[in-house]
Design a protein. Structure first.
Lengths: 117, 110
């Protein structure tokens, strides 16, 4: 069964450093998302991406964050200058608008645990 | 998106049916009800979704009331591996963000 994959599974970085989290969405999916979950808290939406542009973003997704689909398979989240409070699990998800239906299902990857020291 | 209300926790005996309720009294006509679960800190796992008809798949059944103001997720024969946080989410069409609440922490006990 197709699945979303994410690398690395765990990333440790120093405050102020740039990190890039990588995701390979399910191959025929058109919509891509990033969510995050700070330890012990709710899963929070960051950004959605469709047709090579951001379609929606939350207040969390400020100028320190960017997303890119550099090729036909990868979807990346970049944090330019990490802060301690960026420590969290980051989940990538993808979905497809099924022909003839107006709904889709988002499928999540296993996540990347980001630890900022 | 409409807000949902779920009990914070529930217990269920292994092998018995787990019935997880969700209230979504402000749901609009074109919003779907989705159920996901999260085991430990793994990525949320899709379970099932529906608009107004009851739905069943290999994992669960979803019962939506006629007025669509509430729904119930049914795991017909809960196992220890079903211990997880279950999220009820209402969402519009494709590409819309999912808003996760606190969910229901289901503990399946032997």
């Amino acid at each position: 069964e197709p699945e979303v994959t994410q690398t690395p599974s765990h990333q440790v970085t120093q405050m102020g450093q740039e990190v890039i989290l990588r995701c390979v969405p399910i191959s025929n999916h058109l919509y891509f998302y990033w969510y995050r979950q700070i330890l012990g808290q709710k899963v929070e939406f960051l950004v959605s991406f469709y047709n090579n542009e951001i379609s929606e973003k939350s207040e969390i997704f400020d100028d320190q964050f960017s997303v890119e689909r550099p090729d036909g398979s990868n979807f990346t989240l970049k944090i330019r200058s990490t802060k301690l409070e960026d420590s969290a699990m980051y989940f990538c998800a993808s979905s497809d608008l099924l022909a003839g239906l107006s709904t889709d299902t988002q499928y999540f990857g296993p996540g990347t645990r980001l630890t900022v020291l | 998106d409409a807000k949902t209300t779920q009990p914070p926790s529930m217990d269920c005996a292994e092998g018995r049916a787990a019935n997880l309720p969700c209230n979504h009294s402000t749901i609009s006509g074109n919003e779907y009800v989705y159920w996901y679960r999260q085991i430990h800190s793994q990525g949320p796992q899709y379970i099932i979704h529906g608009l107004k008809n009851n739905e069943t798949n290999e994992m669960a059944s979803l019962i939506i009331t006629e007025d669509r103001k509430s729904s119930t997720l049914i795991l017909p024969h809960a196992t220890l591996r079903d211990t997880a946080v279950y999220y009820c989410i209402v969402s519009l069409n494709a590409g819309n963000m999912l808003t996760f609440g606190g969910g229901t922490r289901l503990m399946v006990k032997p």
